[in-house]
Design a protein around this ligand. Sequence first.
Ligand SMILES: [Zn+2]
Length: 404
Amino acid sequence: MKRNKKACNADHRKLGELLDLFSFHDIAPAMVFWHPKGMIIINELRNYIRELQKERGYLETATPLLVKKELYKISGHWEHYQENIWSLKIENQAFALKPMSCPETVYIYASKIRSYKDLPLRFSEFGYVHRREKSGVLTGLFRVYGFIQDDAHIFCRPDQIFTEINNVLKLLTKIHKTFNLKTSFALATKPSKAMGDLKLWKKAENSLEFALKKRKLRYETRPKDGAFYGPKIDVDVEDSLGRKWTLATIQLDFQIPSKFNLFYIDQKGKKQEPVIIHRSSIGSFERFIGILLEHYNGSLPFWLSPVQIWIIPIGKQHTKYAQDAMKKFIKNNYRCELKDTNETMSKKIREGEIQKIPYLLVLGDKEINTQTVRIRQRGKGDIGAINIEKFIAKIKTDADNKRF
Ligand SMILES: [Zn+2]
């Protein structure tokens, strides 16, 4: 990846340190230590995706981090993907840290008999996964050994493939639009190292292509770039620095259902094999946060900002008023900090700007007398004094502050 000058200025590793979001330590190479402020970003993102998924009938699951290696032998991951799997021996049993959640999710599907009426079943998981990467390619949050994956598996009947893929395409476009990321699509076809028969591959590739065409989406074809168990649609986004990222994928899978003998009972009472659609929307949380930090140059949208408001009393005699104001913001679920340290006002404002705080509120005698707060808005400067309740109503309705 070419990193132009603008991108270098917005290096997410520097921003992460400046904004106190995360750190890396030799004691756990290529793994992120998330600080409290970084965790706020993760949780806000997770809640956002969770809400959208809930409206669309997804059910959340969680599967173990550590499983017996034989799981990946059945799924085919051991044969095709073992160089990326961390494995270890415990009491002479071979275990692996899961590199993805799919094969384990299969056990939830198979935990009871499913009828054609139960499908589609949309399982989602914010799974913590580990993958081995060559150490030379590890760069900050962009490539780490352990990360949270925004993942979902849709178990459906063959006649439901188109509707499900169509809905996934709509959902992903919506999510990427929230962050002003331009979305584009690519169809990745059968790689040379793949499992399953050619006819199934063709069928799966055709289904994906059909959905892209029906939605009138422009796409390119990436020959031989599919996963070993099925073709995929790569969903790429373009950030504010003009860089392209493959953020999400939609994969059609006829192989894992057959490897694990999955079935549902059809209208005639016969066993039929379901299809699995694997999909992510932002991929790895770590990588996505790295992209967002550079895309926004650290000025994250209001709803994602770890600290949204600083309250700065001018003198000691204004602290009580500042504390009362702070209580009102906290009561309304805003993340707010009181800056009543001894530094000069101009130093605090400069620091607030460096910290990319969306709103800096300054309070003194004048504000107490008029029951107002003086506001400095990120990117706009001083926007005047306003009554606290009115200001709370303003930040609630301001379009820039909304998620979607
Ligand atoms: Zn999967």
